[in-house]
Design a protein around this ligand. Structure first.
Ligand code: SF4
Ligand code: SF4
Length: 187
């Protein structure tokens, strides 16, 4: 309603009628438009690959677990919902014997994915994770680990990283220079 006290009652009535007419015209216009209704869950709209929902742990192209249990994702997580234990295999590769995410606390910010040096932890568009039992939202490693590389299928951390494993000594990885002999710099 128009509340300008300087206007005459007739002007106010006309202004209010005009506002009503504009509102009804908008409603009337939509009566003849095709409805845009998506019948969820029968139809699931394809979401962009970068949508942030259920988290997975991915694998190298050779099938190895990418996670090296470096704790970076756990450290950066603003709600502290990632926990794990680190260990080392006989060939020098680090891995997480157990890895846990509490999705009851996760806010799907994506910071863990940003921090991960091995592209192991990735968020996916799968948002259908509702559970009645909140403890069922605690996912263990076997719930998180998938059999593919996710968004970056070809990346293999141990082919690039300067760590000694069966894959190669320091200085033998892709684009990696030989280690500097610091003794050669001594006077
Ligand atoms: S998406 Fe954010 S809140 Fe969820 S586990 Fe990753 S860092 Fe933590
Ligand atoms: S998921 Fe990535 S950031 Fe987290 S511990 Fe494993 S390698 Fe490190």
């Amino acid at each position: 309603m128009n509340t300008d006290k300087n206007e005459s009652p007739m002007t106010q009535i006309l202004a209010d009628l005009k506002a009503l007419a504009i509102g009804f015209a908008t409603t009337f216009k939509h009566l003849f438009q095709k409805p845009f209704t998506e019948e969820y869950p029968e139809y699931k709209r394809p979401l962009p690959a970068r949508s942030r929902a259920r988290i997975i742990l991915t694998r190298d192209p050779d099938g190895g677990e990418r996670c090296v249990a470096c704790y970076l994702c756990s450290a950066v997580c603003p709600v502290s919902c990632i926990s794990m234990q680190s260990a080392e295999q006989a060939d020098g590769r680090r891995y997480a014997p157990w890895f846990r995410i509490n999705f009851g606390r996760c806010i799907y910010c994506g910071l863990c994915e940003e921090a991960c040096p091995t592209a192991a932890i990735q968020l996916t568009p799968d948002f259908e994770m509702c559970k009645q039992d909140i403890l069922a939202l605690v996912y263990e490693k076997e719930d998180l680990l998938v059999d593919h590389g996710g968004k970056d299928k070809q990346y293999n951390f141990y082919q690039y990283a300067g760590v000694v494993t069966d894959v190669g000594e320091k200085g033998t990885h892709i684009k990696e220079e030989k280690p500097v002999n610091i003794r050669s710099n001594l006077p």
